[in-house]
Write a protein of this length. Structure first.
Length: 198
């Protein structure tokens, strides 16, 4: 009987300890003060809130048409511009200072004086941000660097990284952790096209 109680106690202790692995408090900056987040799950929930409030779906999720207009295609959420989606012929006479900026139907490709840019894949697939570190994510949003690498080119419009550079480290970390939980989607987004090649 003593052996049964001992083994039962050990089994219960293992279960309790394994469920505590993500209970390390995490600190975030919110409402002008530091607040403790008790679990990684709470951080991910905050990241989901920020990503939705900021509107990352607007450019990084392909759309499908509904009677109310375009809405994010949740089956392709955050996968960026679909690699197999063709673009229509562009009339260069309509692009330039004081002229038009164009978007495709799924709102993931953008044409302007900078050429053509595409919404990036933000899913945790290797074709998205699956190989990124938090420092890559922070560099991309704070410094506007492609793939979050300091010696890479700048991010192209309409990516509003200048608006995100003042987010706190804890907000950026929450967003990054949230993106790591979404469905990974294999999608190699095309490279941008310079205006000379339009």
């Amino acid at each position: 009987m003593k052996k049964i109680i001992f083994y039962s106690s050990c089994f219960l202790a293992i279960i309790l300890l394994s469920n505590c692995k993500d209970k390390k408090p995490i600190s975030i900056y919110q409402n002008d003060q530091y607040k403790s987040i008790d679990t990684l799950q709470e951080m991910i929930e905050r990241g989901a809130y920020l990503v939705n409030a900021i509107g990352c779906d607007d450019c990084h999720s392909p759309k499908k048409m509904t009677p109310q207009g375009p809405v994010p295609d949740l089956d392709k959420r955050f996968s960026g511009h679909p690699s197999d989606e063709p673009l229509y012929k562009i009339d260069k006479n309509n692009i330039g200072p004081g002229k038009w900026v164009f978007m495709n139907n799924s709102l993931t490709a953008f044409v302007g004086p900078w050429g053509i840019s595409y919404g990036a894949n933000l899913t945790p697939d290797e074709t998205g941000i699956g190989n990124w570190t938090f420092d890559n994510f922070k560099t991309a949003l704070r410094e506007g660097k492609f793939k979050g690498i300091k010696d890479q080119r700048m991010l192209l419009p309409p990516m509003p990284w200048q608006n995100f550079k003042n987010l706190t480290d804890s907000d950026l970390r929450a967003m990054f952790e949230y993106f790591k939980t979404v469905k990974p989607i294999k999608n190699i987004v095309p490279s941008p096209i310079p205006p000379t090649d339009l």
